[in-house]
Design a protein around this ligand. Structure first.
Ligand SMILES: Nc1nc2c(c(=O)[nH]1)N[C@H]1C(S)=C(S)[C@@H](COP(=O)(O)OP(=O)(O)OC[C@H]3O[C@@H](n4cnc5c(N)ncnc54)[C@H](O)[C@@H]3O)O[C@H]1N2
Ligand code: MOO
Length: 392
């Protein structure tokens, strides 16, 4: 049995960035990282553009101009203005070549077809120059940029519909157990609703991993070997829950051995999640998570999260840890360090009742895991303690 810190450093040592390229449609590329520089196919703006509702002028040494026409957004015509002439113009409209300044309408007095501006304005006033944001062929966004909603809007504004991004891992989520029934059906005696797959799927979606395949397998050795083998071949990361302990019908350990998965660790001195397994076969990392739902989710946040961050080549691999003052006491049993479900708020943390690894009720209320070191028997009210903040 290894310690938590040894297990964490083993996960860190093993993980490698995926660095594979995939093409995504821009609107579905939110959260991805650009694989290569993107050149702009157009000038942005693509024409000299009015920044105001007002009057386009061909400047002359006068405050009075003669109105000869109108250009609104979307128009394609080019009125020809002589010095001293003006056109009515609106925000976003193409500015005729012979217009060299725009006066906002609040500073103009109109009298029929003659207008008077309040003051002289400089050349190109209120005109967005052609290619002001980016010019045709220039780098619009650099390799390594994270695609935020603003970046997506920007790329679409350049007419770009597809982008090369770093691929996110293909992830297998396998659940095991004869007792599992899908929610929505009747619940016969002895069965429970299968919740680990949807819980972990939701945790993955929350972190923006969408390439997830779900597998279900009964407590059967041959089927466990086959399912695990299929999942390892097709995925970068395999998460299997249940069947990793020592019972006669826990086949996951034996199946991993038969498939010659390299064991990097099995069993961590921690509560929950003692029977956690981590291994590797070729480029696929495999976590066998305990079946108890709260143990599986706790291990997901403490260990699997790191593997995911590493696959994505991110610098920060662990969830944030902060110090907090406890609002209540907690009696700890045994010498295993414990991850306790808690509610963190502004430097304070409440440790919740009901810490059993089979219970999700407490986890459902919590936003943090409180770390109780192995060598303490109790946490007292007002103690300063380390807290892992969970993703929202
Ligand atoms: N003799 C021993 N027994 C156990 C030990 C031990 O050291 N010696 N460790 C205990 C600990 S700690 C844990 S955690 C569990 C882990 O067992 P498994 O990983 O083999 O998980 P299962 O036995 O298959 O299931 C445990 C529990 O979780 C429920 N479960 C499983 N899968 C799901 C699912 N997809 N959705 C909802 N609930 C699920 C399952 O019905 C069990 O109640 O072993 C202890 N035993
Ligand atoms: O260590 Mo097991 O994961 O409950 O409770």
């Amino acid at each position: 049995m290894i310690s938590i810190s040894e297990a964490i450093s083993q996960v860190k040592k093993t993980g490698k960035p995926l660095l594979k390229k995939t093409i995504k449609s821009v609107e579905k590329a939110g959260g991805y990282i650009l694989y290569e520089d993107i050149m702009s196919p157009i000038n942005m703006p693509p024409f000299r553009q009015s920044a105001m509702d007002g009057y386009g002028l061909h400047l002359k040494d006068t405050l009075s101009y003669h109105l000869i026409g109108e250009v609104k957004a979307g128009d394609g015509h080019q009125p020809l203005l002589n010095p001293g002439e003006a056109v009515r113009i609106f925000t976003g409209a193409p500015v005729p070549d012979s217009v060299n300044a725009i006066m906002m309408q609040e500073k103009v007095t109109v009298d029929g077809s003659s207008i008077t501006i309040d003051n002289q304005i400089p050349l190109e006033h209120n005109i967005r120059p052609l290619g002001e944001q980016v010019k045709t062929g220039d780098v619009a966004l650099k390799k390594g940029t994270k695609l935020t909603p603003a970046a997506i809007g920007y790329l679409i504004s350049l007419g770009i519909t597809k982008v090369a991004v770093f691929k996110k891992p293909n992830i297998a989520l396998i659940t095991t157990g004869n007792e599992l029934i899908e929610a929505g059906q009747d619940l016969p005696y002895g069965k429970i609703y299968e919740s680990n797959s949807k819980m972990l799927l939701s945790a993955l979606y929350n972190l923006k991993y969408y390439d997830v395949t779900l597998y279900r397998v009964e407590d059967d050795y041959n089927k466990t070997v086959k399912t695990l083998n299929d999942a390892i071949i097709a995925n970068d990361l395999v998460l299997i829950t249940g069947g990793i302990s020592v019972g006669d019908y826990d086949f996951v350990g034996r199946a991993l051995e038969a498939l010659e998965v390299t064991e990097l660790f099995y069993k961590v001195k921690q509560k929950p999640g003692k029977p956690l397994f981590f291994g590797k076969k070729e480029n696929t990392q495999i976590f066998a998570l305990p079946g108890n739902p709260a143990a599986a989710l706790s291990c997901f946040y403490v260990y699997v999260y790191i593997a995911l961050q590493q696959l994505m080549n991110r610098d920060v691999t662990e969830l944030p840890r902060v110090k907090a003052k406890t609002l209540n006491s907690f009696q700890k049993k045994g010498d295993r360090p414990q991850f306790l479900k808690g509610i963190y708020n502004h430097g304070q943390v409440e440790i919740l009742d009901g810490q059993n690894s089979s219970m999700l009720q407490t986890f459902a209320l919590s936003n943090a895991l409180v770390f109780a070191p192995g060598d303490i028997n109790a946490i007292e009210t007002g103690d300063t303690i380390e807290v892992i903040l969970l993703p929202n």
